[in-house]
Ligand binder design. Sequence first.
Ligand SMILES: Cc1cc2nc3c(=O)[nH]c(=O)nc-3n(C[C@H](O)[C@H](O)[C@H](O)COP(=O)(O)OP(=O)(O)OC[C@H]3O[C@@H](n4cnc5c(N)ncnc54)[C@H](O)[C@@H]3O)c2cc1C
Length: 195
Amino acid sequence: MTATDPEDTQPSSETAHLPQPPAHKGTISKSGIVLGPDGKPCRTCNSARDMTNLSRMLTSGKTKSSSPLAAALAPPPPDRSDCPPDVEQLGRSTWTLLHSITATYPETPTQSQKSDMQSFLSILGRVYPCWVCADDFTAWMKQPENSPKLDTREDFGRWMCNAHNEVNRKLGKQEFDCNLWKQRWKDGWKDGRCD
Ligand SMILES: Cc1cc2nc3c(=O)[nH]c(=O)nc-3n(C[C@H](O)[C@H](O)[C@H](O)COP(=O)(O)OP(=O)(O)OC[C@H]3O[C@@H](n4cnc5c(N)ncnc54)[C@H](O)[C@@H]3O)c2cc1C
């Protein structure tokens, strides 16, 4: 990440009317980049693509050229596979963990297992490293109709699928068919390619 223009990291007047989080979490800059509590772009709250575009804008005053010739002549992007995660990589890894937890959740949990899971989800909403994601997820969970369904593995797997679909909708992604949650995350596809 190159140095950012301090102007750009100020909360914008365009976003000022939106509910702003407590200062200890961060803010949203006028360019739409999510900032952390230190006022710097929050790596786990933005995509690597947005961060790179912001860097380019700040250093050259331009956005990335989209001409085919420029794209063909551009050097290949550096390998980022061992860099700290952006919001997308963090999200994919977290969904993998969360759906895998539902896949191994007891079929008929005890009261104590249900209570542990309720605590885990509440804590996740407080410590998830993308604070904008965490705030929305927590607000969604707090609506009575969306409270975690923990009575059986099937209930919990479907609830998690619905929670993930809520984020998919927010990001304009395709919804997942929750009838398939168990094949995707527990048993593997019926065609046998995961066996
Ligand atoms: C709690 C939480 C909140 C998030 N909030 C935000 C946010 O506010 N802004 C943001 O930019 N990113 C957010 N993310 C990250 C975002 O959801 C994606 O993980 C990220 O954009 C990468 O998306 P992807 O297309 O690679 O697939 P992902 O959405 O990460 O999905 C991974 C895989 O899960 C499967 N899948 C997809 N949908 C479902 C479903 N409903 N049920 C079961 N399996 C499914 C598919 O096979 C898919 O390939 C959040 C992540 C989490 C865990």
